[in-house]
Ligand binder design. Structure first.
Ligand code: ZN
Length: 140
C-alpha cells in the first residue's frame, strides 16, 4: 500500500510538502515500512508557498552548481557504450522449481533453504541453464 498526501498550510497555493506512507502488505511491513514527510523545496530555488512565485535563490548558488554537476554525471555514465552489459545483479535461484527471483521477492522467504542458490551476474546465463523468471517479482 502506498499513499502520498500533499500538505498545505493556511490558504497557500503551493504544498509545503508531501506525506509519503508505504507498507508491504504481504509480509506485514517487514520488507517495506515508511512514513516520511518530504519537503517541497529544491537547493537554489526560493518558493513563496502562498502565491506560487519562485526564483533562483542567489544565496545558495554553490548548492545549485553542485546539484547540476551531479545530474550531468549520471547522464555521462549512461552514454558510455556497453555500460549496460556490465551491470550484474544478484538473484536467488530455486533449484527445485527452476525459478529466478530477486532477493526481496516474498517467495524467497517461503523457499526451503536447501533449494536456494545465490547467483550474481547476467540473468541470461541462468535462463540458458533452464531457469525462468518468477512471475511475482519479474526479474530481468
Ligand atoms: Zn519472485
Amino acid at each position: 500500500m502506498y499513499r502520498v498526501t500533499p500538505v498545505f498550510e493556511g490558504n497557500n497555493l503551493v504544498a509545503t510538502g508531501v506525506l509519503m506512507e508505504g507498507l508491504s502488505v504481504e509480509d506485514s511491513g517487514q520488507g517495506l515500512c515508511f512514513n516520511v514527510f518530504c519537503y517541497n523545496s529544491q537547493p537554489g530555488v526560493g518558493i513563496d508557498y502562498a502565491t506560487g512565485d519562485n526564483w533562483l535563490d542567489t544565496d545558495s548558488d554553490i548548492v545549485l552548481d553542485t546539484y547540476v554537476e551531479e545530474e550531468s554525471q549520471v547522464v555521462d555514465d549512461r552514454s558510455i557504450p556497453g555500460a549496460e552489459d556490465d551491470v550484474s545483479q544478484t538473484y536467488i535461484l530455486n533449484k527445485n522449481t527452476k525459478k529466478i527471483h530477486y532477493p526481496w521477492c516474498s517467495s524467497v522467504e517461503d523457499m526451503a533453504e536447501h533449494n536456494k542458490q545465490e547467483f550474481t551476474g547476467n540473468i541470461d546465463e541462468v535462463i540458458e541453464q533452464g531457469y525462468s523468471p518468477c512471475k511475482r517479482c519479474n526479474p530481468t
